[in-house]
Design a protein around this ligand. Sequence first.
Ligand code: PLP
Length: 252
Amino acid sequence: MDPSPAYPLPDRAHRERIAANLARVRARMAAAASRAGRDPAAITLVAVTKTRPFGDVLAALEAGQQDFGENRVEELWEKVHQAEAQGLQQAIRWHLIGTIQSRKSRLAVGPFALIHSVDRPKIARRLDRDARNQGKSLDVLIEVNVSGETTKHGFSPEALMATVPELLALDHLRYRGLMTMAPLVEDPEEARPVFRRLRELLLDLRERFPPERYPQAQWEHLSMGMTNDFEVAIEEGATLVRIGTAIFGPRS
Ligand SMILES: *Cc1c(COP(=O)(O)O)cnc(C)c1O
C-alpha cells in the first residue's frame, strides 16, 4: 500500500501564530503556577482542537505540544485517523473532553489517554461495559457541575459523593480525578470559588475512598480552566487545563 500523502501544513504565518500563542499560554501558565508556589511541570496543557483542521494539530505539534483534546468523539476519531495516516500516533496524547451520548459509548474506547467527561452514572456503566468487551480499562475523570447551572453537564457535588461507591464497583474504569467547567463570567475571579470547590471535593474523595482500599480510585487530577480562566484555575490547583481559543484563535 502506498503511504498516505503528507497532510498539507498550514502556511508559515499561521504556524508561527500558533507557535507564538502556545509560547504565550505556556508562559502565563508558568507565571500562575509560580504565584501559587506550584511546579509548572505538574500542569499539563491540553490543546483543544475542536472544529479546527488537522493542520492546526500539526502546527501545534511542531511547536512541541503533545496533549490534544476534542469534545466530540467522532471528531476525535477523525483526528486520530489523520495522525495515524501521518505516522504521528505515538507523538500525541488524545483527550476526550466533551459529553458522550450513551449510544456512542463504544466509540469512547480507543487510543485515548484520558476521558474527562464521565458526567452521569449511565455513561459510566456503558463505558465500563464497552471497555470490558474490548478487554481494556479506561482512565477517566468524573465531571462535576459545581456551579449548578442547568446548562452544564456533570454530577452535583452531593450526587457525586453518593454515587462514587457505585462508580467504584465498575472495575474497568480507573478514576484519575475530577473535571469541571466554570460559568462563563466577565471576571475570571468569579470562577475561583468553583475551582476551589472542585479541589476540596478531590481532597474529600482521597480521604473517603483512598486508593489503598479502592485500587481503581486514584484522585490525582483536576481538569479545570479554559481560555478565559486558566490562570485562576492553576492558582486553585488545576493539573490539566483545556485551552482552545488562546492557542488557535476564535472558533467560527
Ligand atoms: C471548547 C472546550 C474547551 C476550550 O475552550 P476555550 O474557551 O476555547 O479555551 C475546554 N473544555 C471543553 C470541555 C470544551 O468543550
